[in-house]
Design a protein around this ligand. Structure first.
Ligand code: NAD
Length: 433
């Protein structure tokens, strides 16, 4: 089979998309719960976007924030988004009002007592989330699904504060939540089958592409992203400048590279003034108020049109901290260094049964992270490259840092040249399996 052929790749992606909806481990005959009213906690970046998905699909949403200002601001952003779409002719003006009428802003969690599904999207803070869910446990009606949109916190720990962990699940939307297609549905240790089935079904109603994943730091998509970003940081210590790494990622097919992505997200996520984190280059940039696009400077300088311009200041900071002179590395070498560790991490995820199947990983990266479609997906691309080449690189990177040591599966696969897209997994581990 010609893995490079456009038709073969298109067929693979179509099959992968269809497979992602299948959850073979659900008990036969599992019923879904009826979702008529949805509650969203937090009217910020994510809460607003999440609410839009439901209002657009004709479902009523009660959205709760902690004060009137935050609520007004959040609903204002939602209205602005709808208005812009109407202005572009995507739907008539009266549709803006119909959708806004489905959104009911409130200041008390008590207002969520009649909701069938409640999605929490407050600040990323474990104590706050625990507090919210222990209050909600007293308020939510029996059978309501309780969900968190956390990016990285331990969902089992959040679920443990309720007396109904079987009703608890992660719904990991991507930003902007009203636009991005991907939804990682995170099955926690005690999540009931019908809660999983309901959320998979609901994803279709709100026009998302869902994959079922398990609880681990960063779940599937971000965990693999961390592997790539980590190697980008290590390249700085070899003298490879951010713009060279980003150029290689763009040549590979990504719309933006590692460092442009960090600048867009904001370098100050997880940083506070005076902090000394394990990323001193980022710390130094933030101390200089170079916190990314929002401050018009981060790894790059930005002009008024937000064009990223390689920065002499950043180069000096990198040289000062690493003690290494800037050097040249070929695009192919940079690509291998950043992409092969993603494949290795994906194998570890499959070994831990945190994804249902290899092709789900491809669906996640195609729909949530801009993986270039002409390369099929991360696992598909791994088959294009071949296991031996990937193992060789991972042995080299693993010798530098054991966190990047070759996955057990990679070594096993190298012995019989097996295919990444054909790895047989045990499915997602549940309490029953
Ligand atoms: P945000 O700061 O934009 O919004 C948080 C909102 O929660 C604010 O409006 C705040 O007023 C409100 N809030 C705080 N405490 C509250 C309380 N006790 N009761 C009611 N409302 C309260 O944050 P965000 O970017 O929307 O992130 C929300 C969650 O989504 C976080 O857990 C984050 O990790 C996760 N997430 C974020 C992204 C992203 O790209 N921003 C992507 C995926 C997941």
């Amino acid at each position: 089979m010609d893995l490079q052929s456009k038709e073969t790749i298109a067929q693979y992606i179509a099959n992968a998309g269809a497979a992602a909806w299948q959850v073979p481990q659900l008990c036969e005959g599992t019923q879904t719960r009826s979702i008529q009213k949805v509650g969203v906690i937090g009217a910020g970046t994510m809460g607003g976007g999440i609410s839009m998905n439901f209002a657009t699909a004709g479902i009523e949403v009660t959205i709760v924030d902690q004060n009137q200002k935050a609520l007004d601001q959040g609903l204002g952003v939602v209205r602005g988004n709808y208005q812009r779409s109407a202005d572009k002719g995507r739907f008539p003006q009266n549709e803006v009002e119909s959708r806004m009428q489905r959104l009911n802003g409130q200041l008390s969690l008590q207002a969520l007592s009649n909701c069938d599904l409640i999605i929490e999207a407050v600040f990323e803070n474990m104590d706050l989330k625990r507090q919210i869910f222990s209050t909600l446990d007293e308020i939510a009606k029996p059978g309501a699904i309780l969900a968190t949109n956390t990016s990285a916190l331990d969902i089992d720990e959040i679920a443990s504060v309720t007396k109904r962990p079987e009703d608890f699940i992660g719904l990991h939307f991507f930003s902007p939540a009203n636009v991005m297609k991907l939804l990682e549905i995170v099955r926690a240790e005690k999540t009931a089958d019908d809660v999983v089935a309901t959320c998979m079904e609901l994803a279709k109603t709100i026009n998302k592409i869902a994959t079922l994943v398990g609880v681990c730091p960063g779940f599937v998509g971000n965990r693999i992203l961390f592997a790539r970003q980590g190697q980008g940081q290590k390249l700085l210590y070899k003298g490879v400048m951010p713009w060279d790494t980003d150029a290689a990622m763009k040549a590979f097919g990504f719309k933006m590279g590692n460092f442009q992505m960090s600048d867009l997200a904001g370098l100050d996520i997880g940083w506070s003034k005076g902090a000394k984190t394990d990323n001193p280059i980022r710390d130094a940039l933030c101390e200089m108020d170079r916190r990314g696009q929002k401050t018009k400077a981060g790894y790059y300088d930005y002009d008024a049109a937000r064009t990223p311009i390689p920065s002499e200041i950043t180069e000096i900071i990198i040289k000062d901290i690493t003690g290494v002179e800037p050097t040249h590395m070929s695009r192919d070498q940079i690509t291998e260094t950043c992409i092969f560790p993603m494949i290795n991490e994906a194998l570890k995820i499959l070994e831990e049964n945190k994804a249902q199947r290899p092709s789900d990983i491809d669906i996640i990266w195609l729909n949530g992270y801009g993986w270039p479609a002409d390369k099929g997906g991360l696992m598909y691309y791994a088959d294009m490259v071949g296991v031996k080449e990937i193992l060789k690189k991972m042995e080299e990177l693993g010798a530098e840092d054991p966190a990047y040591a070759p996955a057990k599966t990679l070594r096993k696969m190298a012995q019989n040249s097996s295919k990444f897209t054909k790895i047989d997994t045990g499915g997602l581990k549940t309490t029953r399996s």
